[in-house]
Design a protein around this ligand. Sequence first.
Ligand code: MN3
Length: 251
Amino acid sequence: MMTRRESLKTLVLGAGALAALQLPGSGALAQTPPATPPGSAPAAAPTGPFTLPPLGYGFDALEPHIDATTMELHHDKHHAAYVANLNKAVAGKADLAAMSIDDLMKNLSKVPQDVLTAVRNNGGGHYNHSLLWPTLKKDGGKAPTGDFAAAIDKKFNNFKSLQDLLTQAGMLVFGSGWAWLVMADGNLKVEVTSNQDTPLSLGHTPLLGIDVWEHAYYLKYQNRRADYLAAFHNVIDWNVVQQRFTAAQKG
Ligand code: MN3
C-alpha cells in the first residue's frame, strides 16, 4: 500500500516538463476552492495560538523592486487573514491548537476532515509567508558562498542557472502558487506548489519560496509576472537561504 508521500507526484524542473503538484488528498479535496480570496477575511485581533510575525523591515524597504503598498497589503491584510482564518479553523481543537505551524503542515494527515481544507490553505498561507519575509532585503541577490555555493554548482551547474530555473518555475505556475528551492531527500531541488500548499507537507524542507500569487505583484507589475520575477531576484537575501541550507544539512 502506498503511503501518501509515495503517491505524490512532485515536480522536477530541468527536464523542461512541469507536472501539477498533488498534495495529499482525494479528488474531492483537489476540487475544493483555492485558498482564501484576498481581503475576504478581516485581520481580526489574535484570538488563537497563531500570530502574525512582524515584517522585520519597512514596507518601502524593497523599493523599487517591490512597492510599499504591495508589501503593506501583503503582510498586514493577506498574511494576517491567513493567520486569523487558521485560528478560526483550530478553535475548539486543542490538539491542533497546541501544534507548531511547522508540525501542523507536516502532519495534515492528522487534521480532521471538517477543517482540513481550511488548515491546509490558511496554515500553508501562514507558514509560506512567515518563511518569505525574512528572505527579502534591499540590495539582495548576491550569490551564496561556501558549501551552499558548491551544492548549487553541483546540482544546477552554477548560480545563474538556479536563478533561471526559479524564474522558469515561477512562470510555469498556473494560477496562484509558489516556486521553491527545497531540500528533498538530502538534495537541492526546484519545485512548485499550487495555492498555499507548502513543500513541508511533502516532507521537503523549503529554503526559499517565491510567491507568484497576483497579490504579490499586480499593483506594480499587473500581468507582467516575468518582470516581477526578474525584480524579485534583486531582493533575495541568499544569506538567509544559506542558513536554512546549513540547518537542513545538520537536521
Ligand atoms: Mn502572498
